[in-house]
Design a protein around this ligand. Structure first.
Ligand code: 13P
Length: 256
């Protein structure tokens, strides 16, 4: 628990990077450098094929395993898909849903994302729901409306108890992989807005309890300032999580 009375979650998103043959070295370095105190939750969302081997390599460490997508269906004839039950059975604890790259390249709609969210929750795992506006949307001054609509549609079927088990990640699309980070003030402003939307839909207690992360070019040099914002409860880290040294430095920054 941080002073904000909610969990700080530092999660890496490897996307489609790294190889199974590199896991041993990554895990070794990570175990060596990871701060021992448990001031925050540490998660690695990896390509599904690497989840089980990495889990074995990290056994006994404080790291939880996550993946980056899940099927909206329970089981059956869905070639190429992976179900929430299969992930859970393999030891996965976190699942990213609605990442902007899946929205953009795989046509994922808010409705589909909502169904995936429910699958993850029903299987007892923690969803990390990604929301965020594009640059043209921000330039048009529509960022708040865009994020509020994404939340409203994806969270439609949830009750307050399920909401409290959900992590929300604010990832402005223009800050992802661009090296252009949202300013701490911009990150704070939208994370506060997300919490306000949760309070309006559910209640104040739920809004206080939900972890809201920032994601988009977070790195060891900007992490401390972003994570110090009152409504920013962690980070979803792409590029910098591919390097265990940098990832551990961000975990370290979460303590400050
Ligand atoms: P980068 O940290 O590489 O900008 O990626 C952010 C992201 O999309 C995490 O999900």
């Amino acid at each position: 628990m941080n002073p904000k009375y909610r969990k700080t979650v530092i999660a890496g998103n490897w996307k489609m990077n790294l190889l199974p043959s590199g896991l041993k070295d990554y895990a070794g370095e990570l175990k060596l450098r990871l701060p021992k105190d448990r001031a925050c939750e540490v998660v690695l969302c990896v390509p599904a094929i690497m989840a089980a081997p990495l889990l074995r390599l990290l056994r006994g460490s404080r790291v939880s395993l996550g993946v980056q997508d899940v099927s909206a269906e329970a089981s059956g004839a869905y070639t190429g898909e992976i179900s929430a039950a299969q992930l859970r059975d393999a030891g996965v604890k976190y699942v990213i849903v609605g990442h902007s790259e899946r929205r953009a390249y795989h046509g994922e709609t808010d409705e589909l994302i909502g169904r995936k969210l429910q699958r993850v929750l029903a299987s007892g795992m923690t969803p990390i729901l990604c929301v965020g506006e594009t640059l043209p949307q921000r330039d048009a001054g529509a960022e708040t409306e865009v994020v509020r609509t994404q939340l409203k549609l994806a969270l439609a079927g949830l009750d307050a108890a399920a909401m409290r088990k959900t992590v929300v990640a604010y990832e402005p699309v223009w800050a992802i992989g661009t090296g252009r980070t949202a300013s701490p003030a911009q990150a704070q402003e939208m994370c506060r807005e997300i919490r306000a939307a949760i309070r309006e839909k559910f209640d104040a207690r739920t809004a206080r309890a939900v972890t809201v992360q920032y994601g988009g070019s977070m790195n060891p040099s900007n992490a401390a300032e972003l994570l110090a914002q009152p409504d920013v409860d962690g980070g979803l880290i792409g590029g910098a999580s591919l390097d265990p040294v940098k990832f551990c430095q961000i975990v370290e920054a979460a303590k400050l």
